[in-house]
Structure formats: C-alpha cells, structure tokens
Design a protein around this ligand. Structure first.
Ligand SMILES: [Fe+2]
Length: 216
C-alpha cells in the first residue's frame, strides 16, 4: 500500500562549530572510495546490480577526526531526534556503525537503494545541492519498491542543504541518493543511527555486521 513519507528537518547552520564544513570536507578527502557490494537483507537494488561505487569515512575515523560531531550525535542531535518520537531514543552503543560519512565524488557514484534496519536515522547534510544538480535523497512511497526505477516512479526527493539535519524512519521507504551531475561536484553527508525501545539495537540483523565487519 502506498505510504506518504514524513521527515523532520532542523536548520542547524548557526549551531555548528565555525569551521564545521571545512573539517568535514577534510575528513571526507580521506574517504575509502570503492565499489561496495550490495547489502544483505536491506538492499533494494535490482538483482543485476552487484556493486555500487561510493566513498565512506568509517565510524572509527569519523570519531577520531571529528570528535565534536561524535559528541553532537550523542548530545544535541540525539535530543532533536528524540523529540520526534514518543518513546525513548538512543544512539548506537556499537561505535562501528553509529556515525559515518558517505561521500559521492563526480557522476559515477551514488548511494545504494535500501531500507534501514534502525527505526530512526539522522542525516546531517554537509554540502549543498540545489535543484537540477543531482545528489537528491529519494524515498519511495511504495514499501515494496525493489529497485531504483521502482523508487523513482513515485517518490519524495530531498535536496541536500548544508547544515540541515533531517530525521526519519527509513524502514518502510526504500531510499537512495541520486548521482551528481557534475564531475567536479562532491556530496558529503553524516549518517547517524538511532534506536528506540520498540526497535532496539539488539535487533540489528546479525547478517549486517557479518557482511560489514566479518563478525556478529
Ligand atoms: Fe538508509
């Protein structure tokens, strides 16, 4: 059944450290760029898509290079995310996936079409992508959408605005990030997992950690 997509947006442009964007872009420059294999359980890519190219600053690097962002994730951002829910909200206890940076450089990268396992996700957009320049975050209205084409048939597209935090439940809305349209463009977003009492971190699919880290 078709489902409207809801999210909450916070303009934090005046509440971040003065050099926040420079620091994040510096960290993004050290991202690991490669073809990432489709994610078990959660992928909504067509069967023929084995890999999706993109960049990632892994959680340990993000924590080390951007300690203020890590503190915001567990502080102010957590408060804002919790304010959108009626039940208690927690950050991830496991530092391997709590906070990462996703990076797209040029026109050949995008982010995998997938659903989330965590009940609440926070995204801090770190770069601006005005209309027509690509990089939109796209959410399907059809929970059964099984590939990018199906998502695009009926969707909500969000244009990234640097310094804006959005909070959403992505479990029933397959979503992905469109490619950029300029070879020289760069898209960086900080992704944060949150959990709730009704969908705790302990329910995270073990296949995910095995896939990502080779263990449970
Ligand atoms: Fe997601």
């Amino acid at each position: 059944m078709r489902q409207e997509f809801n999210y909450t947006s916070f303009d934090l442009t005046s509440g971040l450290p003065d050099t926040w964007q420079d620091q994040i872009l510096a960290a993004a420059a050290s991202a690991e760029f490669r073809k990432f294999p489709r994610t078990p359980v959660l992928t909504r890519e067509a069967k023929r898509v084995a890999y999706i190219s993109r960049g990632r600053v892994h959680a340990d690097q993000a924590k080390q290079r951007l300690p203020w962002l890590y503190r915001l994730y567990r502080g102010r951002f957590l408060e804002l995310a919790a304010g959108t829910r009626t039940e208690p909200v927690s950050p991830a206890l496991d530092d391997r996936y709590g906070l990462v940076l996703n990076v797209q450089q040029g026109t050949s990268m995008r982010f995998e079409c997938h659903v989330d396992s965590n009940p609440l996700t926070g995204l801090l957009f770190c770069t601006d992508h005005p209309g027509g320049s690509g990089g939109e975050l796209v959410f399907a209205h059809d929970p059964e959408a099984a590939d990018v084409a199906a998502v695009e048939r009926d969707c909500s597209a969000i244009q990234p605005r640097a310094g804006h935090l959005i909070v959403f439940d992505g479990r029933k809305h397959p979503h992905y990030a469109r490619p950029l349209r300029s070879d020289s463009d760069l898209r960086v977003v900080a992704v944060m997992n949150f959990y709730t009492a009704s969908c705790p971190e302990s329910k995270r699919p073990p296949e995910l950690n095995r896939h990502l880290y080779g263990e449970g």
